[in-house]
Design a binder for this molecule. Structure first.
Ligand code: GLC
Length: 452
């Protein structure tokens, strides 16, 4: 077992232990009884002082789902309590576009971005442009999940503080499963296909645009996440082994998994799925127009807001697997907060990061936005687990976590992932899986050899 896989296994065991005491059904089905708050009120800044009042910082915040609204109220609260002005700029929805935006800011050594939300796959590539926060966060750092903290530590420098963890769920419509006589959500991809086809056919009698399964098929990082899950859950392993660096794409299991997904396009999924990102999938599911959706935790709170047509009708379970002998796979995602190396206000920026990653804010974001905390202590907070049903069903999903190979590929990761998602996109659009995967494998091997 590679070191990284081992650490992920330890993370899972830890969380399973923490959550194991919860005797709950395998679905997050309490939402109907617990109306989420519509008016967001951010918690006060712990131990606030006004030493840096008057300084101005810019925060490249989150954008997807409820995120921009939550960032706005937290920034406002921070301003009120500290006198530090925060300009919030929502990042582009796509991780790739955000990556490009940040790289442009870094190349220009721009002081116009002080605090940045960073995808879990970026610390390796962005470390040279980020401040080392080890000294400033000596007390807080050990309170976060070790696997993410280590991910954010590059050559001994802690370049980002963990903010929230992302793992995918299979969201489903409980009411529709019941209507069509299915007693539980699917555990294999075959089952999902059968259920989706039956329900799609039935619903289309009255709703012609109704669809079975929505996911992220656009040509971008989200497709890498989906495809990695297809590949691993079919017994195909990681596309680059994080321990050995070995590439595995031109592989019978991976090919079978990609062919299966290609069959969905225009079948149980709309043709347009090859253009979908997270929010496209959520809008369709939330509008009541799909029975299944793959998405991150944020979608749970967003789809349960008081005005949501599917509020209270949603269950969440681990993604299906290839056969019962295979395992479910969840791509490990999530976001961190880093301070730009070109900031003119390092102390004000660090104070903002401290507030945003504090126990009160992480707990509040978990409750109102279903963001999974990075602070281990919050998984033992029984009151919080009660207030956020999704936390009660996260253990098996976390235990299936698979990291993308960003630690082994470092600066090359973005390019490796681009070759991977472009190849998978070709297959989804009808390309010959045998031929395309051979090319993907050769291209990624060549790129990684050149990097070494
Ligand atoms: C989510 C994940 C992130 C991933 C992205 C892909 O934001 O947290 O890690 O790269 O989705 O779309």
């Amino acid at each position: 077992m590679s070191q990284r896989v081992f650490r992920l296994a330890v993370l899972s065991v830890l969380l399973m232990g923490l959550l194991g005491c919860q005797k709950r059904p395998p679905e997050a089905d309490q939402a109907a009884q617990q109306p989420p708050k519509a008016d967001y009120v951010a918690p006060p800044v712990p131990g606030a002082n006004r030493d840096l009042a008057g300084q101005r910082i810019t925060f490249y915040g989150d954008a997807v789902g409820l995120a921009a609204a939550l960032d706005k109220v937290t920034a406002k609260r921070f301003e009120e309590d500290t006198g530090i002005q925060v300009r919030v700029v929502p990042r582009p929805n796509s991780a790739n576009e955000t990556y490009a935006t940040y790289m442009r800011l870094f190349q220009a050594k721009s002081p116009d971005a002080d605090v940045l939300t960073l995808d879990v796959i970026w610390p390796g590539a962005m470390a040279p442009h980020l401040l080392d926060l080890s000294d400033r966060f000596q007390t807080e750092a050990p309170e976060h999940l070790p696997v993410i903290r280590e991910n954010n530590t590059i050559d001994g420098r802690l370049v980002a503080i963990p903010w929230y963890v992302d793992v995918p769920f299979l969201y489903y419509r409980k009411d529709l499963l019941t209507k069509y006589g299915f007693r539980r959500p699917p555990t294999t991809w075959d089952e999902l296909e059968r259920m989706a086809a039956t329900i799609q056919e039935g619903e289309r009698q009255t709703a012609p645009r109704f669809t079975g399964y929505v996911w992220q098929g656009n040509t971008y990082e989200g497709l890498t996440c989906n495809a990695l899950e297809w590949q691993v859950s079919q017994g195909g392993g990681n596309f680059v082994d994080p321990g050995t660096g070995q590439v595995r794409i031109h592989d019978p299991q991976a090919i079978a998994a990609f062919r299966r997904a290609a069959r969905w396009v225009g079948g149980i999924s709309p043709r347009g799925v090859t253009g979908y990102q997270e929010e496209d999938a959520r809008n369709i599911f939330q509008g009541g127009n799909a029975v299944f959706m793959r998405n991150w935790p944020y979608a749970y709170a967003a789809a349960n807001t008081p005005d949501s047509p599917v509020r209270g009708k949603i269950g969440a379970v681990p993604l299906p697997r290839g056969t019962l002998n295979d395992r479910s796979a969840s791509t490990l995602g999530g976001w961190q907060l880093g301070v730009s190396g070109y900031t003119r206000h390092p102390e004000a920026a660090a104070a903002f990061v401290r507030y945003m990653t504090s126990p009160v804010v992480e707990a509040w974001r978990a409750e109102v936005g279903s963001y999974l905390p990075t602070r281990t202590g919050l998984y033992r907070d029984m009151a919080l687990l009660k207030r956020q049903p999704l936390l009660q069903v996260v253990a098996p999903v976390l235990s299936a976590a698979v990291a993308r190979p960003s630690s082994v590929a470092r600066e090359a990761y973005n390019e490796v992932s681009t070759l991977y998602f472009q190849g998978v996109a070709d297959i989804l659009l009808g390309g010959d899986a045998e031929k395309v995967t051979a090319e993907m494998q050769a291209d990624i091997e060549r790129l990684l050899r050149a990097e070494r």
